[in-house]
Design a protein around this ligand. Structure first.
Ligand SMILES: Cc1cc2nc3c(=O)[nH]c(=O)nc-3n(C[C@H](O)[C@H](O)[C@H](O)COP(=O)(O)OP(=O)(O)OC[C@H]3O[C@@H](n4cnc5c(N)ncnc54)[C@H](O)[C@@H]3O)c2cc1C
Length: 234
């Protein structure tokens, strides 16, 4: 799978600096700074009297501890996700606070795609069997699509019917946006050993990138360690 952060919120801190004296200690454009500014604005708490919350990380730890999660809704992160399975797509779309633009199987040709091998099958003979099976599935897809097209069925309608022969492991690309609270929800359920192994991997990739842009907002999450041991920081 390929997971690329393609957009994230920019914080224009100027008005806070002018009117309140708030100066962020983290990158002025960052999501963590925006969350802190939004939170401090609630109580006009600009003076940082409490040493435990005087710094951005401590401030956001307190926000997380008190589940004052609405301040994390102001920033969003958008990912281009490529080469994940349709199975994963069905699971990810259950998260109702994410926004999706998914590659269409009705408009896009589905030939010449490698199946997405589930982690448990990688490096086993089943990986080859799955690849062979997907070739057979694709052959049926092409045969049915072409037959319908020959009979005058419009291309989109032919593809939408022929895709019935494709496997759950068919790869898909999508652009997905969520605010930081929504991503925390996703990670809390999918970066977990009870979750499907492929979506655990996706969650781990997403967490890595979210920690780059908002380490304070995700400080209580830790990723996959080793092969499949998962830990969420206290
Ligand atoms: C290990 C695992 C196994 C699963 N197995 C199955 C399965 O067998 N069958 C199946 O159908 N699904 C299954 N799911 C999907 C699961 O039921 C949820 O649909 C999915 O995890 C999304 O979580 P969510 O609904 O809590 O949160 P999201 O949609 O991400 O929403 C986040 C939070 O917002 C709040 N919220 C959102 N919408 C509402 C609402 N309408 N009313 C009130 N509060 C709301 C809730 O607090 C919710 O937790 C599984 C998920 C996991 C992680």
């Amino acid at each position: 799978m390929n997971v690329t952060l393609i957009a994230s919120t920019e914080f224009r801190s100027g008005v806070f600096e002018d009117e309140t004296g708030f100066v962020s200690e983290v990158a002025a454009t960052g999501a963590d700074a925006l969350a802190e500014a939004a939170g401090r604005q609630c109580y006009e708490a600009w003076e940082r009297r409490n040493p435990a919350t005087a710094h951005n990380r401590g401030y956001l730890a307190n926000i997380i501890n008190h589940q004052h999660f609405s301040v994390l809704e102001h920033s969003s992160a958008t990912f281009l996700i490529q080469g994940v399975s349709r199975t994963l797509l069905a699971e990810l779309t259950r998260h109702r606070h994410l926004s999706f633009s998914v590659q269409s199987q009705r408009y896009v040709d589905e030939t010449c795609r490698q199946p997405v091998t589930p982690p448990a099958l990688r490096g086993t003979p089943y990986e080859t069997y799955l690849a062979n099976f997907s070739v057979i599935a694709e052959d049926w897809y092409v045969a049915v699509r072409n037959d319908l097209a020959r009979k005058g069925v419009p291309r989109k309608k032919a593809r939408e019917a022929a895709r019935a022969f494709l496997l759950n492991s068919q790869p898909v690309s999508m652009v997905v946006t969520g605010n930081l609270r929504a991503w925390r929800e996703v990670l809390s359920k999918r970066l977990h050993e009870a979750a499907d192994a492929e979506i655990q991997e996706l969650a781990n990739e997403i967490l890595t990138r979210l920690k780059d842009i908002a380490p304070g907002s995700f400080q209580d999450f830790e990723g996959l360690i080793g092969n499949d041991v998962i830990r969420r920081a206290a």
